[in-house]
Design a protein around this ligand. Structure first.
Ligand code: AP5
Ligand code: ZN
Length: 215
């Protein structure tokens, strides 16, 4: 099965995707993570990507679709698309790519969170540089300060684009370019909305219910 997690920056897409990977062995495809890897790689593309990301704007469809295409051969138990698609052009490209593999998108899960909550989620977020686990100063702290619960690493980081200026641009980009996908998938009959303001466990339970209903 293949599912899309759709929602604004800070909605909890990455947090829930990791949960699905752990519980169901699905493959997470986060274009944000792929782009962060690319920007660290010292390539020509890396430099272009870094500037765009730090401003909070969207990277071109061409780059992002290329990254997704490269990864699509690898998922045994299905994919969780996290942060992709983000434009109608990306949604159309994804449609074609899954059709080429004789597959389909089984569910699009919209995680709805209001803008005020997004600001506090983003400003409290930190992640493990070693294993990628996502934490939050208040809602999901590490058990031991400064140490990742999962892998024990002390390399805990904040993202360069998690500042007030970039967040403003990221939200604008979301409303201008990504939120039309809600109507697009609704019209296709594949959209389900979950209340992303609930506790992490409650959101996970709501998502599990949707995934379990997929035949
Ligand atoms: P990306 O990495 O995708 O960032 P984003 O969409 O802005 O989403 P986030 O990772 O910020 O949030 P999330 O929804 O995953 O929330 P999380 O689980 O971390 O993209 C970054 C940039 O890359 C873009 O700006 C763009 O430049 C580029 N890019 C990426 N994909 C692209 C594409 N397809 N096309 C073009 N450009 C692209 O949770 C947030 C915080 O809240 C955490 O601290 C977490 O612990 C906490 N939290 C989570 N759930 C809850 C809960 N239920 N209750 C309380 N706290 C919670
Ligand atoms: Zn870790």
């Amino acid at each position: 099965i293949n599912i899309i997690l759709l929602g604004p920056p800070g909605a909890g897409k990455g947090t829930q995707a990791r949960q699905l990977v752990e519980e169901r062995g699905m493959t997470q495809l986060s274009t944000g993570d792929m782009l962060r890897e690319a920007r660290n790689s010292d390539s020509a593309m890396g430099k272009i990507v870094a500037d765009v990301m730090d401003r909070g704007e969207l990277v071109t469809d061409e780059i992002v679709i290329g990254l997704i295409r490269e990864k699509l051969g690898e998922g045994g138990k299905g994919f969780i698309f996290d942060g992709f698609p983000r434009t109608l052009a990306q949604a159309d490209a994804l449609q074609r790519l899954v059709a080429e593999m004789d597959q389909k998108i089984d569910a699009v899960i919209e995680m709805r969170v209001d803008d005020n909550a997004l600001v506090s989620r983003i400003s409290g977020r930190f992640t493990c540089g070693n294993c990628g686990e996502v934490y939050h100063d208040e809602t999901r702290p590490t058990a031991k300060p400064g140490v990742c619960d999962v892998c024990g690493s002390t390399d805990l980081r904040r993202r360069a684009d998690d500042n007030a200026d970039s967040l403003k641009t990221r939200l604008l980009e979301y409303y201008k370019k990504t939120s039309p996908l809600i109507g697009y998938y609704y019209a296709k009959g594949s959209l389900t909305t979950v209340d992303g303001l609930q506790d992490i466990d409650k959101v996970s339970a709501a998502i599990a219910k949707i995934v379990n209903r997929i035949p």
